[in-house]
Ligand binder design. Sequence first.
Ligand code: HEM
Ligand code: NAG
Length: 499
Amino acid sequence: MDSATTLLDVLRRTTLSLDPDLLRVFLPLVALISLVLFLHQRDPLKQYPGPILASKGRSHVVIHELHRKYGPIVRLGPNILDLDVPELVKIFYSTKAQWKKTEFYHGSSSIVDGKIVYNIFSQTDPGIHTLWRKPISKHYSTNGVLPLEPHIDNVLTEFCTTLESRYPIGFLEKGCDFNGVLHAAKKSTDYFAAVSQIPVLDYWLDKNPVHRIGPPSFGAAVNIALQHLVDRSQGTDSSYHDPAQPDYLDKFIEVKKSDPETVDDSMIISYLMINLLAGADTTAITLRSVFYYGIRDLAVWSRLQKELDGIVEDKTRPVSWRDARSSPYLEAVMREAIRMLPGVAMNLERYVPEGRLVIPSATSTEASKDQDQNQRFVPAGTIVGLNPYVVARNTSVYGDDADAFRPDRWLKGEEEPEAAYQARLAAMNAADLSFGAGARVCIGKNLALLQAYKVVATLAVRYDIELANLASRWRVTNSWFPRQEGGLEVRLKMRAVGH
Ligand code: HEM
Ligand SMILES: *[C@@H]1O[C@H](CO)[C@@H](O)[C@H](O)[C@H]1NC(C)=O
C-alpha cells in the first residue's frame, strides 16, 4: 500500500522537537499585545463586563459565576462574548451555517509535511466542511451505528471479565494507558484549550514550520490509525478484524472507493483520528458523571437498577440497545448527568455574520421590541457563542434547582398536566447544547449514546456499585473537555445474575 506507507513516513517526520528558542515566540507576542492595547481604544464591545482572561482549567465555573453576577452577556476577550441566552442556540448553531466557526477550532488540526491539515471538526469553511462530512454522515446516524453493537458488546464483555478476574488487549487488558496514547491526547487538548484563546499563536507554536515547540503531537493516535490502515490493506489484521463485522475503517475505505475525489488515504486517517480523539474523552466524561452523580444518590441508583431489572431478561450478557432505550429512567439519569457536566464545556465560538446580532432582551415583548431601550446590538465580525455548561444551568429553563442533580426533571411530574410537561421538555431540549447543534452538531452523538447507555445499563444490572468514600469529590480540569479526576473510588459486588 504505497500511499499509506508514504504518509507514514511523512507523519514520522513530524515528531516533537522541544526547542527552547523562545525569542521566536516572544517577539510576535509583544507585537500582539501592543496590537490588542491599540485596538482596545476603538472597542465596540466596551460596554460588556468581563475579565480579559478567565482562569484556566476552571473557566466553565468562573464564567458561570460571572453570568450570575453580570447577567446574560459576559465578555471573554477583546472581541468575544459569552452569552447565556438559550434562545440563541437555534440562531448561532443553525443548519444554515452562515455563523462560521472561528479560528479557535484550528488548534485541533494536525500538521503533515509542514502543512496544516484540518479535519471535519476544525474546518471552518462551510463548503469544504459539508464536502467532508457528507460521505460519512450516514455511518453515524442512528441506523448507521446500530450494526456496531456487537463490537461494543465484545468490549463490554471484556471489560466485565477484566473487572471480575483481572485477566489481562489494549487499554483494558493492561488496565492502564499502555502506550501513552491517552496521555498524549490529554496534553494535546490542554494545549488546544490554552492556545485557542489566541489562535494565531498556534502558528508560532505547534504549527511553527521552523521549530515546532508545541506539545507532543497526536502522534500515538496517528500511528494507531495508520497502522490499522496499513494492516487492513495488507490483510494482516485477521486476528482482530472480521469482514463480516465491518468497522468504521471498512466504511471509510468504502467511501474512498465511491467518492475518490473527496476521500483519499489522508482523509481516512483524519476520519479515524476524529473517532479516536473526539469520541474518547467526551464519552469517558459522560460515563464518569453518570456514576459520580448516580451512585451518590441511593434513591436514584436503586430505582434505576429496579427498572432495568424489570426490562432486561438475560442478565449475563451486555444489555442490548433496545432494552437500554426502553428504560425512561435510564434516559432521565443519562440526560441529567450530561447536563451537570457536558463533555464539552467551553464557548462554541461563531462569528456574527454580515448585518448584526440583536440580543433578545429578557424583558422585551414582540410588541415593545422596536422601541426597547434595552435591546443590545453586536456588530458583524464579533465572536459570540454559548457554553454548553452555562446554558445547561440556566435557571429560567431548569428552575431554581438547576445546580442540583435531579433526574426526575426529565420526566413528567405526578401532578403535572401533559401539556405543561411537554412545554417544559421542549424548553430543555431547545437549550441543550451538550452535543452542539445545527450544521456542526456532533457527528458522534448516536455512537456515544449507544455506547454510554449500554455501559451504564450493563454495569447497573450486573453489579452492586457504591462509593467507597462519600465525602470524596472529584477535581475537574476544563481544557475544552472538562476531565474529572478522583472522587469515584467504588466498591463493586457481583449481583446474583443469570436467572
Ligand atoms: C458524550 C460524548 C460526546 C459529546 C458530549 C460530544 C460533544 C460535542 C460537541 C459539543 C460538539 C460541537 C462542537 C462545536 O460546535 O463547537 C461536537 C462536535 C463533534 N464531535 Fe462530538 N461529542 C461526543 C462524542 C463524539 C464521538 C463518539 C465522536 C466520533 C466518533 C465525536 C465526533 C465529533 C465531531 C467530528 C465533531 C465536529 C462535527 C462537525 O463540525 O461537523 N463526538 N461534539
Ligand atoms: C437564562 O436565560 C435568560 C434568557 O432566556 C436570560 O435572560 C438569563 O439571564 C439567563 N440566566 C439566568 C440565570 O436566568
